[in-house]
Design a protein around this ligand. Structure first.
Ligand SMILES: C[S@@+](CC[C@H](N)C(=O)[O-])C[C@H]1O[C@@H](n2cnc3c(N)ncnc32)[C@H](O)[C@@H]1O
Ligand code: SF4
Length: 449
């Protein structure tokens, strides 16, 4: 990819894990709306459940997640009690006991929970929902300090997929982001997980970190290949110190330039593809036999708040501070403050604080953006037909894409857009042409590449 295209298209754009994106949620949608939407869910609707655990042992300075550093277990135990009450409350708000095909515990680091609490939380979910026998049950894990007892608890709880944060293995990079994690720590965690029967292992890497170079990125990828993960994510470091003030601890002078970031991503992607992984969307790579690669081949890939997924449940219910629920009617997000979350649950109410109602135009644009993000292509005429619009509905958007087509990043033929694999770093910029909420909101996001 030519670096000069970065200046042209490397804008600040969202990652499109939803559309409309979370900055456009507003307080006009809250607990009452959520209660009504839950009430309207028809019987036998399959659910996906997301549980947010916003705690970690130590702070990685790059962290963009909703998390809090705790040195004692008491706040975690207290939060767990609230989570279980919220799960009860939401289950009681549903008219039917519903089947669940996907569960995801994210964070923070859900493995901060004590082993008995991992099992207790899983039990609460089982008591309240019908977890389908073939459900995917995934958990995000910080490999540092993953004890054998915790691994046993994860396995006994039915967890069958884990994502491990690795980021970069170079000691200077690790020092610069306050995350010391030699390869052996990750390898030991994976051996323990596999020993307990959890062999669907995902690994998160990052590019664009301070002192990262193409050489260091390549070495990290080379070493990580030996861990034989089923999926890898290669996330671009989103540096947003105006939102995540602790990122000011990172020396900006040590951050790679956009051109270096692009080269780092391309080095990682090239090596992973050479090793046989299939490129998935913006930043994922999967073993060709993994469900994610199969879904990609069959056009069934989805995108949600956790990134790329095979999860096709029509309703996602989020539990915990900052968790987002996606229902056919719209999105609802719980309050992000743990304090406000506790107050809401203690009062016996929902913790929903913001959200957005979806209109028909939102649904159409969401479908366009999701197909682009997942398939690197979209048949606009087909989607316009499905949503009752004329084929020329996106004439202005297609006109806006002409320069990108002229630069060889994409083709448009018969209302079909195809983004080339090499132009993947600009995928979010392509999607942004269809985002009618974006005008004026650019600076709130991280740069595209
Ligand atoms: C919740 S963490 C994963 C589990 C665990 N907390 C850990 O870090 O090992 C999710 C992932 O988000 C990615 N991430 C965190 N902050 C980021 C940022 N500012 N920009 C891009 N990716 C980020 C990291 O790759 C991290 O592994
Ligand atoms: S990257 Fe993971 S371990 Fe590090 S602070 Fe963020 S959530 Fe916690």
């Amino acid at each position: 990819m030519k670096p000069e295209l970065l200046a042209k298209y490397g804008r600040r754009v969202p990652r499109y894990t939803s559309y409309p994106t979370a900055p456009h949620f507003h307080t006009g949608v809250g607990a009452d709306t959520y209660a009504r939407w839950l009430d309207e869910i028809p019987s036998d609707t399959r659910l996906s459940l997301y549980v947010h655990v916003p705690f970690c042992d130590s702070l990685c300075w790059f962290c963009g997640c909703h998390t809090k550093i705790v040195k004692r277990y008491a706040p975690v135990a207290r939060y767990l009690g609230l989570l279980r009450r919220e799960i009860d409350l939401v289950a009681e708000g549903l008219i039917f006991r519903l089947p669940v095909s996907h569960i995801h515990w994210g964070g923070g680091s859900p493995n901060i929970l004590a082993p008995q609490d991992v099992e207790g939380l899983a039990d609460t979910l089982r008591q309240r929902f019908d977890i389908l026998p073939d459900a995917e049950f995934a958990v995000e894990i910080d490999p540092r300090g993953l004890s054998p007892a915790l691994v046993e608890a994860l396995a006994r709880s039915g967890i069958n997929r884990v994502s491990l944060g690795v980021q970069d293995l170079n000691p200077e990079v690790q020092r610069a982001v306050n995350r010391r994690q030699p390869l052996e720590v990750t390898a030991k965690a994976i051996n323990r997980l596999r020993g307990a029967g959890i062999d669907a292992i995902n690994i998160d890497l990052m590019y664009g970190l301070p002192y990262q170079t193409v050489k260091r990125m390549s070495r990290t990828v080379e070493a990580v290949l030996g861990l034989d993960a089923r999926r890898l994510a290669v996330f671009g470091y989103a540096h947003v110190p105006w939102m995540k003030t602790h990122q000011r601890l990172i020396d900006e002078a040590a951050l790679p330039t956009p051109a270096e970031r692009l080269a780092q991503f391309e080095a990682a992607a090239g090596r992973l593809e050479d090793a046989g992984y299939v490129a998935i969307g913006l930043d994922h790579f999967a073993d060709p036999e993994d469900a994610l690669a199969v879904a990609r081949r069959e056009g069934r890939l989805r995108r949600n708040f956790q990134g790329y997924t095979t999860d096709d449940a029509p309703v996602l219910l989020g539990f915990g501070a900052s968790a987002i629920s996606a229902l056919p009617q719209g999105y609802v997000q719980n309050t992000t403050s743990i304090h406000a979350y506790r107050e809401a649950i203690d009062r016996g109410g929902f913790a929903a604080a913001r959200g957005i109602v979806l209109g028909d135009e939102d649904r159409l644009r969401r479908a366009v953006i999701e197909r682009l993000m997942c398939d690197l292509g979209v048949d606009l005429a087909e989607l316009c037909r499905r949503y009752g619009r004329t084929p020329d509905h996106f004439a202005a958007e297609l006109a806006a894409l002409v320069p990108m087509a002229a630069d060889g990043l994409l083709t448009v033929e018969d209302n079909r857009i195809r983004v080339s694999l090499e132009a993947r770093p600009f995928l979010r910029t392509v999607c942004s042409a269809f985002d009618i909420y974006l005008q004026g909101g650019e600076t709130r996001h991280a740069q595209a590449v």
